[in-house]
Ligand binder design. Sequence first.
Ligand SMILES: NC(=O)c1ccc[n+]([C@@H]2O[C@H](COP(=O)([O-])OP(=O)(O)OC[C@H]3O[C@@H](n4cnc5c(N)ncnc54)[C@H](O)[C@@H]3O)[C@@H](O)[C@H]2O)c1
Length: 261
Amino acid sequence: MTASPQPDGVRTTVVTGAASGIGRALCELLDARGERVIDVDLHGASVVADLSTGQGVAAMAEEVARRTGGVVDAVAANAGTTATPELAVLVNYFGAVRTLDALRPLLTRSSAPRAVATASSAVFYDSDRALAEACLADDEVTALALAPPLGQMAYAASKRALARWVRRQAPTANWAGAGIALNAVGPGIVETPMMAPMIADPVASAGLAKSLPMPFGGYARAEHIAQVLAFFTAATTERITGQVLFVDGGAHCHHAGDDIW
Ligand SMILES: NC(=O)c1ccc[n+]([C@@H]2O[C@H](COP(=O)([O-])OP(=O)(O)OC[C@H]3O[C@@H](n4cnc5c(N)ncnc54)[C@H](O)[C@@H]3O)[C@@H](O)[C@H]2O)c1
């Protein structure tokens, strides 16, 4: 691994889903710390890309390489959607995994490379295992066929697959072997545009409180999740890889208890 050739020593982090919510909060945090941020989104970002397609991801990676001279220190694969079951699969799993894979060669040229994905506490739900397995088998056709009847549970399955992909990939030669940390953050319910309609609806909100109780402080704000993503992108965070850290106000304790090891 070669040392980062960036002459000013400033770290460069790519953030996807950067125009809104958690991604925007992460960009603001890194910017305030004096770091260089490459913000990627469908719109309202300096790199505009549709990460729901392989071509969109490839074009994004090409543009990032052009802007950085081929060296990236950290990637936060954060773009996500609940818009439709198909888009949940395409963006939340395939888009995130393709983003991490496409930018991995640029990470190998950093002296302290870090990658993090935004998963979800929705991985706790007993979502469809066949869909998650189709994603992990890189079988987009089957995954897209399985998604529509699942409705919102396709979102949970896409995030479960993403979290499992992180666990499987982190210790491999491509990641740990190349010195690249690969982790995930699993937010509980966060007050962002994605969740605003559900939070505003009393019935949906009561359902959320029951299925994902957050006794420690209630709903999170985007800034809370950004702090933890920034922890995982930092050069000073060492020896942590393959972790899925839930930032969920205690919801995981409620679901899993202490019998997880
Ligand atoms: N808000 C929550 O409660 C919550 C909980 C758990 C996980 N998450 C995850 O956190 C991440 C950020 O979500 P948020 O809450 O900030 O939502 P948000 O809707 O505010 O932001 C998501 C961003 O992703 C972008 N995006 C969507 N599809 C894209 C595509 N095809 N190509 C490029 N960009 C695309 C959107 O344009 C948007 O800017 C997502 O992965 C989401 O699934 C959110």
